[in-house]
Design a protein around this ligand. Sequence first.
Ligand code: TMP
Ligand code: ASP
Length: 237
Amino acid sequence: MKQNLKYEGKGKALYSTDDEAELIQVFKDDATAFDGKKHDTITGKGILNCAISTFFFKALEDIGIKTHFIRREADTDMRIRALSMMPVEVVVRNVAAGSICKRLGLEEGLPLKRPLTELFYKDDALGDPMINTEHCELFGWATAEQVRDMRKLALSVNAVMSNILEAAGIRLIDFKLEFGLLNGEIILGDEISPDGCRLWDIKTNRKLDKDVFRRDLGGLSEVYHEVATRLGIKIQF
Ligand code: TMP
Ligand code: ASP
């Protein structure tokens, strides 16, 4: 049972439960972009993201990658283990898109020779600046060993997700993960949904992710629904 609201972010809210080691993560219908400067409510997005995140967390748990996922408790509600979150976002890129194109002057769609990991400091007011391992160590956000573990886990997640999505006719361009600590161990937290990934149709390169909202390319819930359907996830509204 959900108890008190502990934290509310742009896309999700966290509630306490009767067990202090567990929380309920509620996926909201709010869509934001550009560090919250663009905002809208997209009916059905919370249900879709909860279902898609559940699907990927289960797939990762199945192959032994530890996540905070316990179970989906309701349409938009996921029971999770409470982690001590690190203020670091780990981005994995297979194809150049988004901020790396602006930063390095790359053409969108350029395939990278191997997956690239990048670190960002999670701070909206600062616009989530890019950081490296030394920043993490110096400012106490994560140790060098923890950064190594996060990067390694992120690359394993990339391999699993890329395979699953490819079978559904979708190319995983890039995605963002967040990790936390549980008894000193690094565990995957947050969510894995089209809000935090770039997903392109393999044949046409049509965008099937939050770029549809960022760039006003059409209906967001329709494309998230298409992703879910292609992955064989049944959605009941
Ligand atoms: P970027 O190209 O803007 O750096 O984003 C890379 C990937 O990470 C993209 O799939 C979107 C995701 N992402 C988030 O989900 N939240 C964020 O705050 C940022 C910066 C990126
Ligand atoms: N998640 C961030 C925001 O809401 C960045 C983005 O996805 O564009 O602003």
